[in-house]
Design a protein around this ligand. Sequence first.
Ligand code: SAJ
Length: 439
Amino acid sequence: MSNIKSELLGKIKDKSAVVGIVGLGYVGLPLAVEFAKAGYRTIGFDVQAKKVDAVNAGHNYIGDIVGDTLKNAVEAGRLTATSDFAFIRKVDAVAICVPTPLDKYQQPDISYVKGSTESVAKYVHGGMVIILESTTYPGTTEELLKPILEAGGLKCGRDFYLAFSPERVDPGNKQYKTKNTPKVVGGIGRDSTEVAAALYRSVLAGGVFEVSSPAVAEMEKLLENTYRNINIGLANEMAIICHRMGINVWEVIEAAKTKPYGFQAFYPGPGLGGHCIPLDPFYLAWKAREYDYHTRLIETSGEINTGMPEYVVQRAMTVLNRDKKSMNGAKVLVMGVAYKADIDDYRESPALNIVDLLLKQGADTTFYDPYIPEYRHKGKTHTGARELTDEMLKRADIVIICTAHSCFDYDKIQKLSQEVFDTRNAMKDVKDRSNIELL
Ligand code: SAJ
């Protein structure tokens, strides 16, 4: 066994390894806390001073981190944060957990990955293992990270190890958290895989699944999320077809769910939000073009999903039309702008596009979301109602449910509203259906 491998495995075994986590967001900070809790000296790196200061003050800002775990780790001196990458000199293992958004042309923006890797490369030293966790196109670790880290003369596999291990954080998920979610790891060479897997096994309880290369690990994460994107697209297309046929798509899905094998239920909605599902498949589509392959299924599903806000507004206009009202000048109340229920995240939320489309149609539009009092979208700030009053429900010509927050009183919404357009089947338990239109 090479001496750097045995040394690293030894430091993992006795927890004397110093662990660095680059990017202290919803992926990096919970991971840093897990390493600190496991007994490792952990250094968090972030370019945002406010995040660094918050961590060093023991102030938690990530919902998935419960209780005082962050504060305890900081007070025990096992977790500190910094913006100074020179501390990489002290680090034996580093995980890079930075965003991988799309740019305005729907192209992958890996500037954060590139920038972080360059910052690490400035201080990379022999005996390190470096792991990328950010969701990205297959080939990123080998084609982008490896050359940057070797630029100073070190050799991957001889002087340091390099692997990819996709983050699988599902914000707000009460059952699966960083600690107990299975982890996939693929390194450049067997030793990289083994060392990276040993590091995660020493902290995580969900099991570590080793694959033969970083590209396999990069691709499996894209399969996970493309699978969701396309199945949600199918559910949305079924909703459109069922509506035309006068069939209740929600009843159809409940019936299909009775099949105990070979079917997983996905549900229609106002569109696709979040920082993963709408974006990740386009990392794959983009890379596939380099191999002269056009990912038709992903593109079509993307068209269906991104077309849902327009479809929702069309359907709302039909409801108003039935009441001999025009959308122009109608009072519309949008309930919920978060991209999914019971969280305060509105990234890529379809509700934002629905509000814009309603405003464009001249509707007198307000929104109410207890988790999101205001949001910025396309350079504009939208401020929601501070609270939901009976008056607001009564005066609205139509109430559109965009997010099925569990804190909403759906019986009351039905009782007081003139019309409700429920795009989430959130009102499924409401008995009186007389003024409820379902997507
Ligand atoms: N959505 C539907 N119909 C569905 C499911 C979701 O319209 O049947 C919508 C949601 O309302 C939301 C969007 O799709 O707007 C994405 O929802 P999501 O449930 O996929 O939640 P995300 O975006 O938080 O996805 C994360 C992902 N986690 C990671 O990438 C690490 C994804 O892999 C998880 O499978 C997903 O959480 C999860 O299962 O909750």
